[in-house]
Design a protein around this ligand. Structure first.
Ligand code: OYP
Length: 577
């Protein structure tokens, strides 16, 4: 039976039902005039419903909706997710405000151990591991590889001119019989540079100015101890007030220097790696897909499950999280203008290349780093995703010219590039697709970003941030200008206060706990593809992911702490949180 129904929707009560019956078809595959007309009408209607909006200049465009309530019902959270999202946060806030109340009657916030009064043990062994090991240098190094933000570290062949670390200062931390120069040449020295944070406007919270700095941190891959920090400078411009902190400084001075690095890490991780580089990028593809690909189009069928709920969660983020009175404004140092300026800076230099894991690792010079599980798992997942995408694309596109001639697909990429990613000079994604390989790479980027990459930067938030001193969301005092003046009192006055800490814990819990109605990667609940050949490809994809899961679990046996964020079973099929 070759007669197929493109897509019908009707209303039953107030529930819209979509029937997706039939073979996927590109525009060029249609012959019946009524089907051609249906495609056209569907896209005209969708383009009226889903429009671009510039929420702020200098970042990707987003869906035109004041809040999630403006979205059509069929892209809203289903009932269960809706209720869960709303009640869970209230539960968390209630729980923590009770704790706060208890504390305010009790002792004041004087010592690092006081954070234990609010730490909320929710069966996350890694959060507890962090609490027990956060002061150790190896754990600090470990987090650049397998922590909250595993995409910041880069190889350092030559010290930056604004970071005058001399060989004699760090000699004691290198293995015997070597020098800093030799290790730089041998490729064992790494750098984390938060230059992008320099001069970001600081939030004011309940009349108190918060503080931001732009640290540099030098790391060394020690043959026995692994990756360890060997020098930290808290500002970009060297001066007598920006000492270079070293592991053998007074312990509190070294500890506070590391906290400043971790504070920068919180901002870059949440605003850039998480919000900008996953949520906002996925949204561009979501809007363009709704506007340009009819429901029978094979690429619509391929992408739609990976874009589910992304519009709603991003609307919620814009109204409640990063708005002028949202959570960031209330507790985070980059709240208010800061997070926008930060995103605009990153957006200006964002490249399509950096969204492709293999290129990213090569460009950062981190292909040889040991125990970089994020890298190893990302590459396995990328290869599985690309293989799957490639099989689906080849099923529907017999040749490069079919890609070139698919006018719906070409309108889609043009909208992505010229509207969604407008004014981004170095991005490097052309506004037309010239062959199958370009299409395969792009679709793999979309799926990898909205699944694996989001899991990598989202799922560890509670593990690494619930012990607030490990990843403070704000700093209430300026960075120390001399090593001998660092006291516990200064540290406690610098770290987030009790209420900021409670919110950091509650929100990171909300976002990174296992989501109650999560659909794992490749578990397509709605059957978009009806062809046997496509279903077979989905089965192969699932089998590849199963094999990866086995590999990862095997590798994790006896590993302390484990790295499980990129286990396929832990990765959601789209950005829903
Ligand atoms: C939306 O009722 C989202 O206040 C989370 O964000 C939390 C709310 C709304 C608040 C709900 C309410 C979903 C999606 C996203 C993202 C990327 C950036 C996340 C940064 C989280 C940082 C934690 C902040 C701790 C202080």
């Amino acid at each position: 039976n070759t007669q197929t129904f493109p897509c019908y929707r009707w209303l039953v009560g107030d529930i819209k039902i979509e029937v997706r019956d039939g073979t996927a078809k590109k525009l060029g595959d249609e012959i019946l005039p009524q089907e051609l007309a249906h495609r056209k009408a569907q896209l005209e209607e969708r383009q009226k419903t889903f429009r671009w909006q510039t929420w702020a200049p200098g970042i990707p465009k987003c869906i035109d909706a004041k809040s999630q309530a403006d979205l059509p019902q069929d892209v809203r959270f289903a009932n269960e997710k809706h209720c869960d999202f709303e009640t869970s946060l209230h539960y968390a806030i209630l729980h923590l405000s009770l704790k706060q109340l208890v504390i305010s009657f009790g002792r004041s916030w004087e010592d690092l151990d006081d954070f234990k009064q609010i730490i909320w043990k929710l069966g996350s062994p890694i959060a507890e591991y962090t609490m027990d090991h956060w002061k150790e240098d190896w754990f600090f190094g470990h987090q650049f590889l397998n922590g909250l933000n595993p995409r910041m570290i880069q190889r350092c062949r030559k010290l930056p001119s604004n970071f005058p670390v001399t060989g004699d200062k760090v000699q004691a931390f290198l293995s015997p019989n070597t020098t800093l120069d030799k290790e730089l040449k041998a490729g064992n020295v790494y750098l984390v540079d938060y230059a992008i944070m320099d001069g970001i406007p600081e939030n004011v919270i309940r009349e108190k100015k918060q503080h931001i700095s732009a640290p540099l941190c030098l790391l060394y891959e020690h043959p026995d101890s692994g990756l360890i920090p060997i020098a930290i400078q808290l500002e970009q411009n060297p001066s007598k007030d920006t000492p270079i902190f070293l592991p053998n400084d007074p312990p509190l001075a070294w500890l506070l220097a590391k906290m400043w690095v971790r504070h920068a890490e919180f901002q870059v991780s949440e605003v850039l790696s998480h919000l900008l580089r996953t949520h906002l990028i996925a949204e561009v593809f979501c809007v363009a897909t709704l506007r340009h690909l009819p429901a029978v189009h094979p690429i619509y069928k391929l992408l739609t499950p990976h874009l589910k709920y992304t519009l709603e969660i991003n609307c919620r983020a814009r109204t409640q999280l990063i708005s002028h009175d949202g959570i960031f404004k209330q507790v985070v140092s980059t709240g208010g203008d800061g997070l926008l300026v930060l995103s605009q800076r990153e957006y200006k230099v964002l490249t399509y290349r950096s969204l492709q894991p293999r290129c990213d690792f090569t460009d950062r010079g981190v292909t040889k780093l040991n125990k970089y599980f994020y890298r190893e798992h990302s590459l396995m997942l990328w290869d599985a995703i690309e293989k799957f995408v490639s099989s689906i694309v080849s099923l529907y596109y017999g040749s490069d010219s079919e890609v070139v001639q698919d006018s719906e697909l070409q309108a889609w990429i043009k909208d992505v590039v010229e509207e969604g990613f407008a004014n981004i000079p170095y991005f490097g994604l052309p506004n037309e697709l010239k062959n199958k390989q370009e299409l395969i790479t792009l679709l793999s980027v979309v799926i990898f970003t909205s699944t694996a990459q989001h899991a990598a930067v989202n799922n560890g938030q509670f593990d690494f941030c619930s012990w607030v001193p490990n990843t403070p969301c704000s700093m209430r005092q300026p960075p120390p200008t001399d090593k001998d003046s660092v006291t516990m009192e200064l540290i406690m006055n610098t770290l987030p206060d009790v209420s900021q800490s409670c919110v950091e814990m509650a929100i990171t819990w909300l976002l990174s706990r296992a989501q109650p109605d999560a659909i794992p990667l490749a578990q397509y609940e709605e059957q978009y593809f009806t062809e046997l050949a496509a279903q077979k490809m989905i089965d192969n994809f699932r089998q590849d992911l199963k094999d990866i899961e086995v590999d990862i679990l095997k590798q994790n046996k006896g590993l302390e702490p484990p790295y499980l964020y990129l286990c396929p079973s832990q990765i959601e099929n789209s950005i829903t949180i």
